[in-house]
Write a protein that binds this ligand. Sequence first.
Ligand code: IMP
Length: 192
Amino acid sequence: MEKLLFFSQNCGKISEVQKLFKGLSINLISLKDLDIKNQPNETGKSFPENARIKSMFGYKHFNIPCFADDSGICVEALDWKPGVLSKNYLESFETNVDCLKNIINQVKQTGKKKALFKTSICLTLKENYHIVFEGKIEGEISSNIIGGGGFGYDPIFIPKGHNETFAEMSTYRKNLLSHRSIAISKLINFFS
Ligand code: IMP
């Protein structure tokens, strides 16, 4: 395979995924390396559906094998939402900090601390040929916003069995545990 496209412009995701592909004989590129004006509408009702919309779009647009990730957080105190609407939820607040504070307050009010991250990766190798790989990690919402690394909801998510948020961990450490790294490992196994 000459090139494999990761259909993402999210620097946080790209950095995690690039590190997981390091040392492999796969020429991984992302949307940061290409010129793209249009983005598909993520109208799916589930992570796999949205991942498939994006990977199919990338495959058709650039005519190279393509995979896309759709991820999100599910919070017990929010009835396990926002899930597939995680991006819209974050963007519905004036700042990310407002959103994270709001989640922490909901957790304090309800006493429900549990949360999980989910990822679906869809790989499109040819038209109408898609393979989906899933990853999930359980944990809880921290009582404060902690850590300067990562992105999105990382500063409030403490993976089960740990006492730091994802945002306090290096990419290397997050990659030993995360929902995305679980799904990407399955993708890499598929290629090998
Ligand atoms: P999407 O998969 O790009 O649609 O992302 C959905 C939302 O979930 C975005 O707001 C991301 O910031 C957030 N998100 C996805 N993966 C992670 C993660 O690994 N850590 C923190 N937030 C994430």
